[in-house]
Design a protein around this ligand. Structure first.
Ligand code: SME
Length: 150
C-alpha cells in the first residue's frame, strides 16, 4: 500500500475505535476516503437491506439514488459477486446506474462481515480509468476495518 493509503488506513482504524455503531463509522470512513483520494466525485456506502437489496448510506458527494436492486448496477453486481469491482469506463458497463453524470469510472469494495456482505463501499471518479490496484487495496482495507469492528 502507498504511504498515503497506509496512513489513511491507520486513521480509519483510529476513527472507528470505541464506536460499535455502523452508521457513524460509515459516515466518518466515507469522509476519510473523500479527503484521502484525489480526482473523485463520490464516495460512500450502500447498506444491504433485510430483503438483500442496497440502500443509500453515509456518503460524500452529490445526492445519489436511494435503492439499488441486488445484481443491478456496479454496486449490485459487486454485492452479488461478493467481490471488489473496478469499472474503468462506466458507459461501457451494462446496467450502470448514473447518479452523477460526471462519473466516468468507478470502483466498489464489498464489506463482508461473518461471511455476509453487509454493505458496499462505492467510489466514483470523473476521470476514465482512475482506479488501480493500490486504490482497490485501500478501499478493501477500509471495508475490512468497518466489517471487523467492533
Ligand atoms: N453507479 C452506481 C450507483 C451508485 S452511484 O455511483 C453513487 C452503480 O451503478 O451501482
Amino acid at each position: 500500500m502507498t504511504e498515503k493509503y497506509a496512513f489513511a488506513a491507520a486513521q480509519a482504524r483510529a476513527l472507528v475505535e470505541g464506536t460499535p455503531e455502523d452508521v457513524p463509522n460509515m459516515a466518518n470512513l466515507a469522509a476519510l476516503v473523500w479527503q484521502t483520494m484525489d480526482r473523485i466525485n463520490w464516495a460512500g456506502f450502500y447498506t444491504v437491506t433485510p430483503q438483500g437489496d442496497l440502500l443509500l448510506g453515509p456518503f460524500q458527494g452529490k445526492p445519489a439514488c436511494i435503492r439499488i436492486p441486488y445484481g443491478k448496477g456496479v454496486c449490485g453486481t459487486a454485492l452479488a459477486r461478493q467481490e471488489a469491482l473496478v469499472v474503468p469506463d462506466v458507459h461501457a458497463f451494462p446496467g450502470h446506474i448514473a447518479c452523477d453524470s460526471a462519473s466516468r469510472s468507478e470502483t466498489v469494495a464489498p464489506v463482508v462481515r461473518d461471511g455476509k456482505v453487509i454493505a458496499v463501499l462505492d467510489v466514483d471518479s470523473p476521470e476514465p480509468d482512475r482506479f488501480g490496484p493500490e486504490d482497490v487495496e485501500f478501499l478493501q482495507a477500509v471495508a475490512e476495518i468497518l466489517a471487523q469492528h467492533p
